[in-house]
Design a protein around this ligand. Structure first.
Ligand code: SAH
Length: 232
């Protein structure tokens, strides 16, 4: 939370992150947050009450959040569309699990949505929460130095980004595409559009399916048609 894009957002005051320790919302001397699962079986389950108390505390301190997200591999897949929706929210609470997971009643009674960062399991919700925070922070105006770089990011328009090159020009066998050195801005723009569309067609045909052709500009529409009919 101190470094990079997120750190900059925090320092500039547009993003405010508070981390709460579930153990502060317990009453026993051991500050117990977990217990064995009803019905038996391996591992421990995070108890519902510390989450309930934590959320009440947050609500009394900062009001009702617009979204209470339970991070879970069983949730809806986190995506750029979700990022865009959430970046309009002023107050989001992220609930992180551990061990075998959390008491199901956290999901049913407290969470307003459940998000997964992908079809794999990590040991706790903290890293997934950082992924969510970072992706949302990028969308806050002024956080990423150059707003154009966010607009061009992969997925923002259901298109992958075009390839990037920087110095040096020669790196053994791999050169920099001539057009990028040509200084011809029209050609460079068209090349980048073609590359973005070509990669998306080749690597992520599923994204092309979702693509709204009307979101493409005239040049892109022509390029897409050419690519589809096999003209390089
Ligand atoms: N037994 C659980 C996984 C527990 S992993 C199950 O199979 O569903 C422990 C915690 O890590 C989870 O409660 C969740 O908060 C977090 N977590 C693990 N993988 C995640 C993922 N892909 N996306 C979001 N959170 C995840």
């Amino acid at each position: 939370m101190d470094v990079g894009v997120v750190g900059r957002a925090v320092r500039s005051g547009v993003l405010d992150i508070t981390v709460y320790d579930l153990r502060s919302f317990t009453n026993d001397v051991h500050r117990t947050v977990d217990d064995a699962p009803y019905g038996g079986g391996p591992g421990m389950v995070l108890k519902a009450e510390p989450f309930m108390k934590a959320l009440s505390h947050i609500k009394s301190e900062r009001g009702v959040p617009e979204s209470v997200v339970l991070l879970s591999p069983q949730g809806r897949q986190f995506s750029q569309a979700v990022v865009e929706r959430m970046s309009g929210f002023k107050h989001i609470v992220l609930l992180c699990g551990r061990y075998e997971g959390v008491d199901e009643r956290v999901r049913t009674n407290l969470a307003t949505e459940e998000l997964s960062i992908g079809d794999y399991v990590v040991s706790g919700g903290e890293l997934p929460a950082c992924v969510v925070v970072d992706a949302i922070a990028r969308q806050i105006p002024g956080v990423v130095g150059d707003a154009d770089s966010v607009v061009g990011d992969s997925f923002v328009r259901h298109l992958l980004d075009y390839p990037h090159y920087t110095r040096p020009e020669s790196l053994g066998v791999h050169g920099v595409p001539e057009v990028l050195l040509s200084g011809d801005h029209g050609e460079i723009r068209r090349w980048r559009k073609r590359q973005a569309l070509k990669r998306t067609l080749e690597r992520r045909p599923d994204l092309v399916e979702k693509l709204d052709v009307n979101s493409l500009d005239e040049e892109e529409k022509v390029i897409l048609k050419e690519l589809r009919s096999g003209i390089r």
